[in-house]
Design a protein around this ligand. Sequence first.
Ligand code: TMP
Ligand code: ASP
Length: 245
Amino acid sequence: MVEKLYEGKAKILYPTNDAEILLTYFKDDATAFNAQKRGQIQGKGEINCTISAALFEWLETLGVPTHYIDRPTPDQMRVRAVKIIPIEVVVRNIAAGSLCKQTGLPEGKILPFPLVEFYLKNDELGDPLLTSDRLSILELATSEQIEQIKAMTLKINQHLSEFFDRCGITLVDFKLEFGLDSQQRLLLADEISPDTCRLWDKAESDPKARVLDKDRFRRDLGEIEGAYQRVQQRVLEQIARKGDW
Ligand code: TMP
Ligand code: ASP
């Protein structure tokens, strides 16, 4: 067995015999609230890998550079090796989660523009929200790279919002990570899945029934596997229809 390079909360990274390529294994493990809550979601690894692969591949066709190469097995993804920029980029279209908790905005309020936020990717510090001055002082990326990240993020949000809308799902908010490859190219990395997005079923008005993402685990709403499976099915159906829109 190859020695792992890095193990995160939801994924394990393995080296390959090509230094430019890594293998990501998606785990069924689920954590929330900075790993204070732990559990397993049966089949999550395969589902998140499948959804992420499909979305990365589709975003590439729209000119968004990603780390994705291919998916040798349902729960493993080959990716270009990147140095992850330690920033969690969150985009919000609708108020939910920590935005409501910290500002008092009511859950479900449509925001006047997509809110892009930068959080420091540091579990020990609890991933704090960064101001733009803190971001500059930390020198996690150049100001040009930050501008590029913001522009890419807004473009991805436009594409993904339209995509999920066609799946009958509202893209409430989501988190992205970016990395630099050996040629210093900025690539979209990590994953895009029900672990990293808030996805609400458009056919459901009940605030609990509509939740199709990791909030089912965070908030003990039950039927987690079913929700993840539904997202996967709708994403794959929409990808299959891509010639039609
Ligand atoms: P938040 O409302 O808890 O700040 O989350 C915003 C979005 O970011 C939501 O779609 C879930 C996602 N997210 C992650 O992917 N990883 C995290 O560690 C956190 C806190 C949020
Ligand atoms: N992934 C994060 C954690 O476990 C938080 C979350 O997604 O809510 O800590």
